[in-house]
Design a protein around this ligand. Sequence first.
Ligand code: HEM
Length: 455
Amino acid sequence: MMSVVVPPPHFLPSPSLVFLFLVALVCIFIWGRHRPAGNGHRRLPPGSMGWPYVGETLSLYTQDPNTFFSTRQIRYGKIFKSHILGCPCVMISNPEIAKIILVTQSHLFKPTYPISKEMMIGPQAIFFHQGSYHSKLKKLIQSSFLPSTIKGMVYKIEDIVLDLLTSWKHTNTINTLHEMKKYSYEVSIISVFGKEIEVNEIEGLKHMYHCIEKGYNSMPLNLPGTPFNKAMKARKLLNEKLKKMIEKRREIGEYGGGLLGAFLGLNEKDQLNDSQIADNIIGVIFAAHDTTASVLTWLLKYLHDHPHLLYAVKIEQEEIRCERLAKKRGITWDDTRRMPVTTRVIQETLRAASILSFLFREAVEDVEVEGYLIPRGWKVLPLFRTIHYSSDFFPDPDKFDPSRFEIAPRANTFMPFGNGVHSCPGSELAKVEMLILIHHLTASFRQAYNILSPF
Ligand code: HEM
């Protein structure tokens, strides 16, 4: 027979005690969510810090990142806290607040990267700096990628495209990302070393660069045989190779073109040392290469998936091709300015693919933003992808619809190339690269390959 143990009457809580207990619990919960972080009355943004140490890292990596960000945005609002990869952080999906972080108060939020990436690219590269060193580099890099400079590179980029497309002649299938990487690598090399760079020099650099690329996203284990270790060795060799190239150019007194030429041509008081030059040369190749190749790959996929858009692009490119052929000339910078349909497809690709979903910044001191405290040392992540997929700014955001760019997007809502002091100096080059490739792929080579669709 089952026996029931009844506690003595004085152990049974009275209803008023239960009520008081529940009130206390609610108060503790509210206090816990809004308590000041030991810093006056300022409170942290709402959000969850997840489990001790691991925080919400597992949730981020086990679900679609879009879902991770959007569920939190719905629950907590457009600024919320979290804890990922061992760091407390604040995530931002509001364009005005992102502007504060990246533009108006950018001096309070420094760019931050894992130390392994800094070692691999080189600690003196532009990405890791703020202040006067950063602005000096930025001016130099920007001036090497101005439309006036890119204009002179158009024929060379066209040569690279034509060689690439010709190399596909004897293959049935190509790996698109792989081929786009080849293309963007070669364009980045001529933009950095100038059009005069010799083929054997390009080949010498290629192997080392690819070794570094392989180790870049590997586990940062510097043990013999690991991809990270091989990449670090290749990085050292590349440094030596670059130093030799710099020496040679200095010796013969011909600085050459490209970014390297601009670095070497600096007057004495502004001069950069060899390590600063090498880190920034490698940094720019890194920044230019993978990004452009990924966007190009998405661009080809979106065109393939939307035949009516492909058709519209072909009509636009065909007109330019006929004009070129009549005048017996290659493509020019001015031609690339007369491609509104293709340009809008590229813009929509940049939005829909949002290849850089977010950036990392770190608060250099306690900062108050929108009434919330962002403590010193916390990471701050402007969520570009979430902003690009907000129906407040881009109605029907899941639809691939280039016509939305017939009207310019609201300020600070479209940031594929970042915003503020660290925004991308290579955006024009990237766009020209895409336009020239699309021109030849859809016009000149359209009969040779049914790469996109059988029109
Ligand atoms: C479609 C291709 C590209 C995309 C989507 C892209 C995107 C971006 C973004 C979002 C940033 C800002 C990073 C930050 O604020 O921390 C950036 C910075 C940068 N990009 Fe690009 N980029 C592309 C192509 C290029 C190219 C072709 C170059 C070659 C010059 C380049 C060079 C750089 C450099 C040097 C920076 C660092 C700027 C600084 O720290 O001040 N990028 N890029």
